[in-house]
Write a protein that binds this ligand. Structure first.
Ligand SMILES: NC(=O)c1ccc[n+]([C@@H]2O[C@H](COP(=O)([O-])OP(=O)(O)OC[C@H]3O[C@@H](n4cnc5c(N)ncnc54)[C@H](OP(=O)(O)O)[C@@H]3O)[C@@H](O)[C@H]2O)c1
Length: 249
């Protein structure tokens, strides 16, 4: 199998890239920190991991994706895992805007470019669909006062995927989508000085992500504890939700 991981330098993206490479897949890895991408490539035989510097907030991300597609050929799987997020209780607008640029604008830039490539390149058909997975969050299901842009951006990513599923169905495009919604995972995205409920290791989360992708799930929520929490918090009336306090800082 051939796969492209956008946001593969660290955390979940790196874990997924390494898991795919370890099972013998050819993997294209993208992100801003090229030295981190090279450190993945060095672990495998030459040519198995193809690296590409990419900043998803820049228009040049499309040229970077084209370069990766040219060197790799049409991938079976593209995972968009690039993302940033902050607890931003003081509402620093730069943090909010940076989050929107990476998680929303970056995701739309990369995914639209890839979809247009996939529907025109001739490599995909009903029996061989291009699989697009986007790592969103359980935060898609609830607005978080401590992280306004983050929770809204994750909701946007998830809604965008749903819209694309419908569009692909309308247009008979040979695409399938997976919306991956992790809970808290111990990566650089989280504040190391804070404690998080139901925290998972990156390895645990990557195993769930790999299983969801392999089984071609439409939505992946892991594990059962988060499924239960999400079920109940969706039932909380808005007037109560808006008065709930999750962090004090
Ligand atoms: N950790 C959690 O608890 C958690 C929970 C739910 C969802 N998620 C989601 O999982 C995804 C991955 O996060 P992580 O937890 O693995 O954190 P991470 O280790 O900080 O990884 C973030 C990745 O995104 C890439 N990235 C950020 N800005 C980028 C840009 N402008 N252009 C290209 N790549 C960019 C980073 O690469 P460079 O910095 O090298 O560019 C890095 O590879 C995010 O979308 C996050 O929202 C995480």
């Amino acid at each position: 199998m051939k796969a492209i991981i956008i946001g593969a330098t660290s955390g979940l993206g790196r874990g997924v890239a390494e898991a795919l490479a370890a099972q013998g897949d050819t993997v294209g890895v993208a992100g801003r920190r090229i030295e981190m991408l090279q450190s993945i490539a060095q672990q495998y035989v030459e040519g198995q991991v193809v690296t590409q510097a990419m900043d998803v907030t820049s228009v040049e991300a499309c040229t970077a994706l084209d370069s990766l597609l040219q060197r790799l050929g049409a991938p079976d799987l593209l995972v968009y895992v690039a993302g940033i997020g902050f607890q931003n209780t003081q509402l620093d607008s730069e943090k909010e805007l940076a989050t929107v640029r990476t998680n929303c604008e970056g995701m739309v830039r990369v995914i639209t470019h890839f979809v247009r490539y996939a529907v025109s390149c001739g490599a995909y058909h009903k029996g061989h669909k291009a699989h697009i997975a986007v790592v969103t969050s359980v935060a898609t299901t609830a607005a978080m006062g401590a992280a306004p842009a983050y929770s809204a951006s994750k909701r946007m990513e998830s809604t965008y995927v749903t819209a694309l599923v419908q569009l692909a169905h309308m247009q008979h495009w040979p695409l399938r989508f997976t919306d991956i919604r992790p809970g808290f995972v111990s990566t650089a995205l989280l504040n190391p000085d804070k404690r998080y409920p139901l925290l998972m290791t990156t390895d645990q989360a990557v195993k769930h992500i790999m299983r969801g992708i392999r089984r071609r799930r439409r939505v992946v929520v892991f594990d059962i504890r988060y499924k239960i929490i999400v079920f109940f918090w969706k039932l909380v009336p808005r007037a109560i939700w808006e008065r709930m306090t999750f962090v004090n800082n």
